[in-house]
Design a protein around this ligand. Structure first.
Ligand code: PLP
Length: 372
């Protein structure tokens, strides 16, 4: 079976699994325990992983908070910022095409009296910079915009948004879950990003591990949040709970590999995407339509309409040979809110498939589409 649903999740790299295994077998110490080697070995492994993630993101190691995944990071940052900075009448600006872990968190806060503005997007799923400028003028407590969309791959102009927020003293968060390892950036060079979320299982690490990046507090910049989980005070008091050392080590290794291979991965994904696009166009002519453009997007994510076909039936038919999806794995039975917000009618959404590639895919995998 050929796997092309990498926006939903990715295979764990063998070297990631190898790095994790000792921490599931013999190295089972609690990194918060003291004085004996089992504990200090675990602590060392966690800190090495933190360094590797920080190197990938281009930030300081003590700006990395390990969480259970991007859902938790998004919840923690959005709820935490609103609680810390504005006890009574806070406000959030976000986009209408965020992942449910942002949208539902904002909906929840709205039900508690927080004012939320959902910015519209264009037909490629991007927010407009004019709308961002207008939103900033209203001085929201937090602005949160997804970096790269999980359904169509469109990239938002995050560096410009971050810089606009920075100039106007607005706290800015971005959900970078789909872009890490596929878009090169250095957080130290984008000071306007105060908070960022990512997830391990989108970059060949295990499920159940993620990161909340919280920019270090300086004299001018206050990037603090109220924790989501209270308890033993792990992770600099931001996220209590015994650390999942094996998962953290796995994420560290995956980050190391991602950094090392980033340029090759991007080129490989661009090549595969080109090969697939040409093949599909030659084979299906006007029977297919692309929902995304081919530049300014995450390489390897394609959202394609197969005109006149039902996406669910097509996926079921292909399932023994090919794993792809209709859109986001979280809401695959409902018509995609992302495509709706991009202005597609339900009839077009019902014939849309998402193909999402990873570094593991090969040109032979792409040739599968010759058999359709
Ligand atoms: N944000 C985006 C853009 C995603 O694609 C996903 C996963 O699908 C998440 C957040 C949630 O990540 P996790 O599965 O780690 O909770």
């Amino acid at each position: 079976m050929i796997y092309m649903d990498n926006s939903a999740t990715t295979a764990i790299y063998p070297e990631v699994l190898d790095a994790m295994m000792p921490y599931l077998r013999e190295e089972y110490g609690n990194p918060s325990s003291k004085y004996y080697t089992l504990a200090s070995n675990s602590k060392l492994a966690v800190e090495e992983a933190r360094q590797k993630v920080a190197y990938l993101l281009g930030c300081e190691h003590d700006e990395i908070v390990f969480t259970s995944g991007a859902t938790e990071s998004n919840n923690m940052i959005i709820k935490g910022v609103l609680d810390y900075y504005n006890k009574n009448n806070g406000s959030i600006v976000t986009s209408s095409v965020e992942h449910p872990s942002v949208l539902e968190t904002c909906n929840y806060l709205q039900s508690k009296g927080i004012s939320v503005t959902y910015l519209a997007v264009d037909n490629m799923g991007r927010v407009s910079l004019d709308d961002i400028i207008l939103a900033i003028k209203k001085q929201p407590t937090l602005l949160s915009v997804i970096w790269g969309n999980n359904e169509v791959g469109s990239l938002n102009p995050i560096e410009t948004i971050a810089s606009d927020c920075d100039k106007n003293g607005i706290l800015f968060h971005t959900d970078a879950t789909q872009v890490v390892g596929k878009v090169e950036f250095q957080l130290s060079k984008i000071p306007g990003i105060r908070f960022l979320s990512l997830s391990g299982h989108k970059l060949h690490a295990p499920k159940g591990i993620g990161v909340a990046y919280i920019k270090k507090q300086t004299k001018e910049i206050y990037s603090k949040i109220t924790p989501l989980l209270h308890g033993g005070g792990q992770e600099n008091n931001y996220r209590s709970g015994t650390l999942a050392v094996h998962n953290i080590v796995g994420l560290g290794k995956a980050a190391e590999v991602a950094k090392l291979k980033q340029k090759n991965t991007v080129q490989h994904l661009l090549n595969l995407e080109k090969q697939l696009t040409i093949l599909l166009k030659e084979k299906f002519h006007d029977k297919i339509k692309f929902n995304n453009d081919h530049s300014n997007k995450i390489p390897g994510i394609l959202s394609i309409q197969f005109i006149g076909l039902n996406n669910e039936l097509l996926i079921k038919k292909l399932a023994p040979y090919l794993a792809i999806s209709t859109g986001s794995a979280c809401s695959s039975s409902k018509p995609s809110h992302v495509l709706q917000e991009m202005g597609l009618p339900v009839s077009e959404i019902r014939q849309t498939l998402r193909i999402s590639l990873s570094a593991i895919n090969t040109t032979e995998d792409i040739s599968f589409f010759n058999n359709l």
